[in-house]
Design a protein around this ligand. Sequence first.
Ligand code: PMP
Length: 304
Amino acid sequence: MSDRDGLIWYDGKMVAWRDATTHVLTHTLHYGMGVFEGVRAYKTAEGTAIFRLQEHTDRLFRSAHILGMKLPFDKETLKAAQLAAVRENNLESAYLRPMAFYGSEAMGISAKNLSTHVIVAAWTWGAYMGAEALEKGIRVKTSSFARHHVNITMCKAKANGNYMNSILAHQEAVQDGYQEALLLDVDGFVAEGSGENVFIVRNGKLYTPDLTSALEGITRDTIVQLAGEIGLQVVEKRITRDEVYSADEAFFTGTAAEVTPIRELDNRMIGTGERGPVTTQLQKMYFDCVTGKAPKHADWLSYI
Ligand code: PMP
């Protein structure tokens, strides 16, 4: 990924993609103490727009606050940086990766006297699990890796180090022939996917795990709001894996994964094994919002 044309916003300046480097003794590389976001921009009839830029920027700052990391830029600057990263790379649609990390002034757990750096990269990234996944759904396996305990890593922070757990779970699922992992919390209740929140549909109601050990997903919030608009009741509660087995429908939500139907969990077909009617409706509403076809939610779009 490093060898390509383009520009990356790096500490306030646009830097040539290949020159956006950092030293091997960068603290965050060693200990994972950094925060990041995953954001998407979509092509709309009025031009390219970033979806829920404010909320992603707010979460980046919350993540940094949770880790006790002081960001050297304010929100307005980082919002402008994200818009510029899409615009200056001439991208019609994009995935954006803002990240804040510590510099290489010192090693060690004290993490003192370190500079903090911020980058925003943007590139074209299509459907995270392929176009077919959005239409037909994916096969998922309950992970042997538990999701973080709330007092081990900070689950509300989108922190670099948290993703070792996600990668272990995802790799295990893929190596075993599935497309994604479903992680349970330390008490054995459903938490989330490796990079997605999860929903199930049963008897016309939508259920999603409470946020104890799951990331506060912005797509999750979008789906909860859209469900409310079509009179679908949303219940946040502890969910067991066998509730997912016997759900009528299930789907993942995430900026990268968008709204991805789950057709199987642990080799049990969910519902009819196809994208169900509720998932289909919410997925369409979601894509209408991100592509500027939902006037009611025009305020979720920031045009570049
Ligand atoms: N959970 C985890 C662990 C994630 O990495 C993500 C992706 N950021 C999500 C949930 C979904 O969050 P969002 O909808 O804000 O992308």
